[in-house]
Design a protein around this ligand. Structure first.
Ligand code: GLU
Length: 508
């Protein structure tokens, strides 16, 4: 058996959709499980869709996700170059070989002539408006023209494309690793362009040639590519033989939350959740489309939620580490139908992962997040305690900013509205006395602070429950956070007293 080699073959045209990352993940898991190689090949032959920065961005996303390729433009490898625009000459040779063998042909038609063909077919009521075995004999190509006519056009440097010649009345079939046997009727397959007028191959030619030259054994891609499969199978048959063809797996689509069609960037914009792995800044408009990373997802959670979009291990388990995924992943448990995306469930995974991640990893994430929000963290031990106290309240990493900043800095704003309704002179007097009592407290820990607080409440004949909310707002700035006496313990005596004094004035 030859070594397993899989590839992710993105076109660098913009943000990396979560469906793309899931394709990478399934490639990666399959490769790792089978001691294989994971290759990233940049499919940039469509110059009209080239987008500045998109390639670097894809590699940044893969790095963040922990899905590092073994071979790529960045990582090098024995099959370089891994960028198709640098392999232009290779493809032309194969296109010409196909022409030579009568399996492809030169087509000199201008865009206007192709448009006219469509109009004519429409008027004739034809069942197909495609350039195919029905229409090609009325067009300007080397199938219809005499060899000398074709040669004359080539000699005059007439622009041409090379099209595959699909024979009618044949059946093309293959066995998909997920979907089983699939068959196509060539009567419905058009003569796709293989080589464009600019000398660049189309995706169809380049993907087959490169999968062959790069010794790809298994190819995973989205279900949306299924209609292209017959062209690819024919090219494999004509160029390299079907025995050399990789095994295919067409992955189920990721659907909109309501299950109505493929999840698009626009759905994310409309429903208020990210669809891209990381923030994508459109170089033309400078518009930023939010990514999972920036809104506060852990990469482990992102990977986890993608893994179970279209796969499960047959048990109730939902939270998986990468090691577990590599161990358990199998193609026979990938579903054939689309998987609905549920953002609430996605957040649930992140919450799970925030609880599960070892504290060192979480400290790195939260520490740098606090720093970028202008919160200085000087004591790692203190940061660790804070994280352990608040992490259960955090669904997104970004929640840590609100949930923990008051441990590091005095609030700049107090939610007086939250206490207003039940605030009165008795309570004000209580907090003035509390300041004195706390000053005289024999020691400073949560139990002592609580005792002092409750004893004073009893003495003043006020229910402690009525005083805890104001105390919380005084220490935190708002109505949230972990147990209030623990907060007082953590921020220390002076800071606690200072906040009670300041806020008591503000509450009036
Ligand atoms: N370049 C194609 C894309 O942009 C790759 C499809 C495939 O993996 O064959 O998705």
């Amino acid at each position: 058996m030859s070594k397993v080699r899989v590839r992710f073959a993105p076109s660098p045209t913009g943000g990396l959709h979560l469906g793309g990352v899931r394709t990478v993940l399934f490639n990666y898991l399959f490769a790792k499980k089978n001691d294989g190689d994971f290759i990233v090949r940049i499919e940039d032959t469509d110059q009209t869709r080239f987008v500045q920065g998109a390639e670097e961005y894809i590699f940044d996303c893969l790095k963040w996700c922990g899905l590092e390729p073994d071979e790529s433009v960045l990582h090098g490898g024995p099959f370089a170059p891994y960028r198709q625009s640098e392999r232009k000459d290779i493809y032309k040779k194969y296109a010409l070989q196909l022409v030579e063998a009568g399996q492809a042909y030169y087509a000199f038609d201008t865009p206007e002539e192709i448009e006219a063909m469509r109009e004519r077919l429409k008027v004739e009521g034809s069942s197909s408006l495609q350039y195919d075995h029905r229409s090609r004999m009325k067009m300007n190509n080397s199938v219809r023209l005499l060899p000398e006519e074709t040669q004359a056009l080539l000699d005059k440097n007439t622009p041409y494309v090379i099209r595959i010649k699909v024979n009618p009345n044949e059946f093309v079939s293959f066995t998909d690793m997920i979907r089983g046997d699939i068959e196509f009727d060539t009567n419905n397959v058009d003569d796709k362009v293989l080589l464009k007028a600019d000398g660049m191959p189309t995706y169809h030619l380049a993907v087959v040639v490169d999968d062959y030259l790069m010794k790809i054994t298994h190819a995973f891609r989205g279900e949306e590519w299924l209609p292209s499969a017959p062209i690819h199978i024919l090219l494999w048959k004509y160029l390299f033989g079907l025995d050399a063809m990789p095994e295919w797996a067409h992955l189920p689509l990721i659907l909109k939350p309501d299950g109505n069609g493929k999840l698009s960037k626009r759905d994310g914009d409309r429903l208020g959740f990210p669809v891209y792995a990381m923030d994508w800044k459109d170089p033309q408009t400078n518009d930023i489309t939010k990514g999972f990373k920036e809104i506060g997802f852990l990469p482990q959670a992102f990977i986890n939620l993608l893994a179970v979009l279209g796969w499960n291990d047959g048990t109730e388990q939902e939270v998986f580490t990468m090691e577990e995924l590599i161990d358990k992943f199998s193609l026979d448990r990938v579903h054939t139908s689309g998987a609905k995306f549920d953002f609430e469930k996605a957040k649930w995974f992140n919450h799970q992962w925030i609880q599960k991640l070892e504290i060192g990893g979480l400290m790195l994430e939260v520490g740098s997040l606090l720093k970028s929000n202008g919160i200085a963290v000087s004591d790692d031990g203190y940061l660790e305690k804070v994280i352990l106290l608040v992490k259960d309240r955090c669904t997104l990493l970004t929640d840590f900013v609100q949930q923990s900043s008051f441990f590091f800095a005095t609030p700049t704003h107090w939610d007086a509205e939250a206490v207003k309704a039940k605030w009165n002179d008795d309570k004000k007097a209580f907090f003035h006395s509390l300041i004195t009592k706390l000053n005289d407290a024999p020691s400073w820990d949560a139990v002592t602070i609580e005792t002092v607080f409750k004893d004073l409440a009893t003495e003043k004949n006020i229910k402690p429950g009525e005083l805890q909310l104001p105390l919380r707002v005084m220490l935190v700035g708002g109505k949230f956070g972990p147990p209030v006496f623990t907060i007082a313990d953590m921020i220390g005596k002076d800071e606690t007293i200072k906040r009670i004094a300041t806020a008591t004035e503000i509450f009036g």
